[in-house]
Design a protein around this ligand. Structure first.
Ligand code: MG
Length: 302
């Protein structure tokens, strides 16, 4: 087994190649966040969230800068049409890159008040955008332009791009951060990273039942994550949860068993499945971007 893998349960051997090696594929980033895979040109687009830039990497071309400044863009994803949708921590909005290349704001308010600073998002099969809205862009000088918090709390929202409808679907978390659906979209996992900035904060993942495609109910703690706090997470086709932490990407079975870790030499913030087969894990970690081949693949459609 590779030196990069820590095993707690033999099931992880089915998920990760025995000789998988963690590769550092890019560096020189202030704070890597929000990677998304672009199948058409086999590239990764990701955020230098604290460096206020949007970056691109491919094996062929190396690293290039797509947006500078990026208004503190954080999480990135693709919608059903292949457009990039993203959290703009600086604009306090969900934004989308249209086919002509221009970025437009999709939503920046809930009940007439400005959002805090959207951090991460996922597009459901039905095209709705689910995103988290902690206040880090207001409270952390390197994550946004500051400003006054107008929302009473930090919620998870469901946004319907076609109609502009927005609803707070989770209101009982302190700092919702990364999020992902189970393969059948019946469970929504959301990380709470509030231990980062609140004395009695959490460092756990909560699970919610998705009811009628539009509600998140029966919230419960799925697992605690340490060291550090959980940030981004992704789910593979078998329902295993891959979540970032201070020392690694941690892997959990759907039943909550901690299967093991992919050790990473820098603090991990976010991750995505990619590669033409969807079986390569890309990890945004502090100053770098890492990649490792897996024996499983992600649920992301595009
Ligand atoms: Mg995040």
């Amino acid at each position: 087994m590779s030196e990069a893998i820590e095993i707690y349960d033999d099931r992880i051997k089915l998920l990760i190649h025995p000789d998988a090696v963690l590769q550092k594929i890019a560096s020189g980033v202030v704070w890597s966040e929000g990677p998304v895979y672009i199948r058409e040109d086999d590239s990764i687009i990701w955020s230098d969230a604290h460096g206020n830039r949007l970056l691109r990497w491919s094996d062929l071309d190396g690293v290039s800068v797509l947006r500078d400044p990026s208004d503190f863009q954080s999480g990135n994803y693709r919608d059903r049409e292949g457009r990039i949708v993203a959290c703009s921590s600086g604009l306090r909005a969900i934004i989308r890159q249209e086919f002509n290349g221009e970025w437009q704001t999709l939503v920046d308010r809930y009940q007439g008040k400005r959002l805090n600073s959207p951090n991460d998002l996922v597009v459901k099969y039905d095209g709705t955008i689910w995103f988290t809205d902690p206040p880090y862009g207001l409270t952390q000088p390197n994550q946004g332009y500051g400003g006054t918090q107008e929302q009473v709390g930090s919620y998870v929202y469901r946004f319907v791009p076609d109609t502009g409808e927005i609803e707070a679907v989770i209101t009982d978390m302190l700092r919702p951060n990364g999020l992902a659906f189970s393969p059948d979209e019946q469970i929504l996992y959301v990380s709470d990273s509030s231990a980062f900035d609140l004395p009695n904060g959490y460092h756990h993942i909560r699970a919610y039942d998705v009811v009628n495609e539009c509600k998140a109910l029966n919230g419960r703690v799925f697992t605690e994550i340490s060291p550090g706090e959980p940030d981004g997470l992704r789910v593979d086709i078998q329902g295993n949860i891959f979540v970032t932490s201070q020392d690694s990407v941690q892997v959990y079975a759907p039943d909550g068993t901690h299967l093991g870790k992919i050790l990473v030499p820098e603090t991990c913030a976010n991750l995505t499945f990619g590669g033409q087969e969807g079986d390569r894990l890309f990890i945004a970690a502090s100053t770098s971007l890492y990649a490792i081949h897996l024996n499983t693949r992600g649920t992301q459609l595009l």
